[in-house]
Design a protein around this ligand. Structure first.
Ligand code: PNS
Length: 162
């Protein structure tokens, strides 16, 4: 039987920690749908949702079983309409666990869909999109934290806004 999973997130932008989780999920499951989702709790987006999806696509154009979508509603609705068996979430530290466990339980309550947690490696557990955005905005170097298409796009934006 084919197992399809949904990996939702803000991905503003996708960084090396996300790439690692997606690569692991793509080895564990038959199909991975990466969803750039609007997070109602966050403001101050760097990239528009469609740009975030485009960047995810560019990072995984060689992976046959990874695809991307964008979404503005409930994650469980997207999981249902795409017939996903599980939701995937990455955990960097214990601090991520508290809110992720609550979301996993709420999503299960809403839909019956279970969440599978994948741990990040210690070498990428310090990377977070909000700091990638901050470092880039302040002129720092993010090339070791994000995939090539992302830093190229960020660099081009920063040069333009100088
Ligand atoms: O990368 P993030 O910001 O940690 O991702 C959070 C995200 C987008 C997965 C979360 O905000 C979310 O699920 N948003 C969609 C709305 C929704 O389904 N809310 C109910 C969560 S229990």
């Amino acid at each position: 039987m084919m197992t399809r999973v949904l990996y939702p997130g803000s991905f503003d932008p996708i960084h090396n920690g996300h790439v690692e989780i997606i690569s692991t999920a793509a080895r564990l499951f038959d199909e991975v749908i990466v969803a750039a989702v609007d997070n109602p709790q966050k403001s101050g987006a760097f990239f528009a949702l469609e740009e975030r999806r485009e960047l995810i696509d560019q990072c995984f154009e060689d992976r046959q079983n990874v695809s991307s979508v964008l979404h503005t509603g409930l994650v469980v609705e997207l999981a249902r309409t795409n017939a996903c068996d599980f939701i995937i979430k990455g955990l960097r530290a214990v601090s991520d666990f508290e809110s992720e466990l609550q979301m996993a339980q709420l999503n299960h309550e809403l839909s019956g869909i279970d969440t599978v947690f994948l741990p990040s490696t210690s070498s990428s557990s310090f990377i977070a999109s909000k700091y990638v955005r901050e470092i880039a905005r302040l002129g720092g170097d993010v090339t070791s934290m994000v995939p090539v298409p992302v830093w190229r796009r960020m660099h081009a934006m920063m040069v333009r806004s100088d």
